[in-house]
Design a protein around this ligand. Sequence first.
Ligand code: 13P
Length: 333
Amino acid sequence: NQRLDVAVIGTGNWGTTLALVLARGGCNVTLFGRNQAEVGQLQAAGENSRFLPGQRFPANLGLAYDLALAAQAQVILLAVPSKTIRSNALQLAPQLAPDSIILSCAKGIESGSLETMSEVLAEALAPHPRSLIGALSGPNIANEIAQGLPATSVVALSDDQAGQRAQSLLTTNLMRIYRSSDVVGVELGGALKNIVALGAGICDGMGLGDNAKAAFITRGLAEMTRLGMARGAHPLTFAGLAGLGDLIATCASPHSRNRRLGEALARGQSLETALAQLGQVAEGVNTTATARQLAEQYGVELPIADELYRVLFEGKSPQQAGLDLMQRDPKNE
Ligand code: 13P
């Protein structure tokens, strides 16, 4: 039984896309579904008809559900929602190869613990070396990548040798992989940008124009950086691909779930209805709540996240939230 180069766990939009792009690039990769029934269905269809209809699986893309096989891979990509990543990791833990690299592809902050995904993984996979646990994050709108458009992403691992190993296994001619040792910065860039994307969608839905949206995105980036630095991240990480890069892609993309959700809210839909219509996880909803708690813990001000929280969870109108943001005491930039 040959060892897999890459195991992708999670058959959602992003997991399927990662498996597709790696397989097309010639990588020895297998996509792991939840159970035999799901994998059988994917195999029979020859594609993920729910999320990526028409994107046929290449012949070299393996499909499986036995996590014992995934646990032996050189690199394990966990592309599951942040809410389930801990339980997925716990299933993986007993069979994990000692030198496997595990990367979170989820962009969120865990409720309750307020930990980043790699911190959650480090706990769930203990005593696996922390230096082999990190994240993959960047401007990665799945639909574009699945369609064969070029993209970049960042592998964040504290250990540079592990980073190089992951980088060389994940690089393809259409997916350029950068490295960072600022794991918490890369993770918070990916997680916090979803809050800003929700708000950017609200700007779009309200027709506020490009000046307002640019201001919103830029002040959003300032909030992301402030909270990130309080958590020990390097400020320049937020100016990189996993920060500003992802922010630009997500706040502009017609595909972004978070941006689309914000647009629906601005058009007067309730959160429940908008989420039901989306039919997928928009991580920014939960991250708005967890980021606020984190900010409170560290004494950091997040006016945009605060207003968004009121819109999402306290029934405040997006119009009023916008007015209140405009009326705040202007600070030095
Ligand atoms: P959405 O979750 O909003 O679709 O954004 C995906 C993403 O993180 C792009 O990098």
